[in-house]
Design a protein around this ligand. Structure first.
Ligand SMILES: [Ca+2]
Ligand SMILES: [Ca+2]
Length: 184
């Protein structure tokens, strides 16, 4: 009985000691806690920025988009040079080509001698570029009529070029001399 009372008293004493210590230190440690919060905030911000800059998924999307822009410009030069030499644009007039669809008579999409653009472009290109993903969503397209042509690419992350290319579809990157041939 006496032991139990003593133990109870001792727990109470410990509790009071704890409270005194806690309240005594809390004011003293206030600045440290603010510093800790500031440090945590900085760490979170730095980590977040790190994720944006070094996120491999975002980096891959950007790299694919840069390749798409470069590919479309390469094809654009080839189409223009072909026109200058042959007085017509490559491939059949008013037929929309898609880099993920093989035209009848072509053996491979990226074949420079009749690939997804059904024309022999060996004098202008080492290989016929196709989209880095090249599926039903991401593909290049090309069409021409007697006086003009348009080339398109669907980009994943870059928005500047698709918005500022002067075309009629802000969702795709459009290149050519008649950007109304392919419409959204
Ligand atoms: Ca556009
Ligand atoms: Ca267009």
């Amino acid at each position: 009985m006496e032991l139990r009372t003593r133990s109870k008293n001792s727990s109470r004493a410990n509790f009071y000691r704890f409270m005194t210590n806690y309240s005594g230190k809390s004011a003293q440690q206030g600045f440290t806690i603010i510093e800790l919060v500031a440090a945590c905030t900085i760490i979170i911000i730095v980590t977040f920025l790190g994720i944006i800059n070094f996120n491999p998924t975002e980096k891959s999307k950007k790299a694919r988009d840069e390749k798409r822009i470069s590919d479309i410009q390469t094809i654009d030069r080839a189409v223009t040079e072909f026109m200058l030499n042959n007085k017509r644009y490559p491939d059949t007039e008013n037929v929309l080509r898609n880099s993920s669809v093989l035209p009848i008579g072509s053996v491979a999409l990226n074949n420079v001698n009749k690939g997804w653009i059904f024309e022999n472009l060996t004098a202008y290109l080492p290989t016929l570029p196709t989209d880095p993903i090249n599926d039903a969503t991401y593909y290049y397209s090309y069409i021409h009529n007697v006086s003009g042509y348009e080339l398109n690419a669907q980009l994943e992350i870059i928005t500047d070029e698709p918005t500022n290319d002067g075309g009629n579809d802000t969702a795709v990157y459009e290149v050519g001399n008649n950007l109304t041939l392919i419409s959204p």
